[in-house]
Design a protein around this ligand. Structure first.
Ligand code: FES
Ligand code: FES
Length: 157
């Protein structure tokens, strides 16, 4: 039987302690242990970006990181960033531009977009496209997503 490991981390501002299997991925930990189902498990091998979460301020693939690797880290998910209002402008723009349909990609897409907004001065449309190219969307064709992100960036100028 696999040995369980104790981890302590801060998730959306709250300290969490759990005993986990060393092989459990962060996205599964968040979804199954904490009930934070906004981060989606899509491809589960690092390609689609649906599992994107923020760890110590950087976006990561929750399906490529083990929960035990997040021991001692600060993890922010779509739930926490929505509740704090940090994503409010992006969420409004996504809604107004019809930048989502089924919504499966949307949490990861919003985290990737916010990462760009926080870390880039004034990205061009092409740079926006490149930045979100690691987040797959099967529904929208991407143009509306880029429109929404662009609108938020212009709104800040
Ligand atoms: S589920 Fe993690 S990248 Fe697809
Ligand atoms: S809105 Fe359906 S995958 Fe993006």
């Amino acid at each position: 039987m696999e040995r369980l490991m104790d981890i302590t981390l801060t998730v959306n501002g709250a300290q969490v302690r759990r005993r986990v299997e060393p092989r459990q991925h962060l996205v599964d930990f968040l979804r199954e242990e904490l009930g934070l189902t906004g981060s989606h498990a899509g491809c589960e091998h690092g390609v689609c970006g649906a599992c994107t979460v923020r760890v110590n301020g950087d976006i990561v693939r929750g399906c490529l990181m083990l929960a035990v690797q997040a021991n001692g880290c600060r993890v922010d998910t779509i739930e926490g960033l929505s509740d704090s209002g940090e994503l409010a402008k992006l969420q409004k723009a996504f809604h107004e531009k019809n930048a989502l349909q089924c919504g499966f990609c949307t949490p990861g897409m919003l985290l990737a977009a916010q990462d760009l907004i926080l870390n880039s001065k004034k990205p061009t449309r092409e740079e926006i496209s490149i930045h979100i190219s690691g987040n797959y969307c099967r529904c929208t064709g991407y143009q509306a997503i880029v429109d929404a992100i662009e609108e938020v960036i212009h709104g800040q100028s």
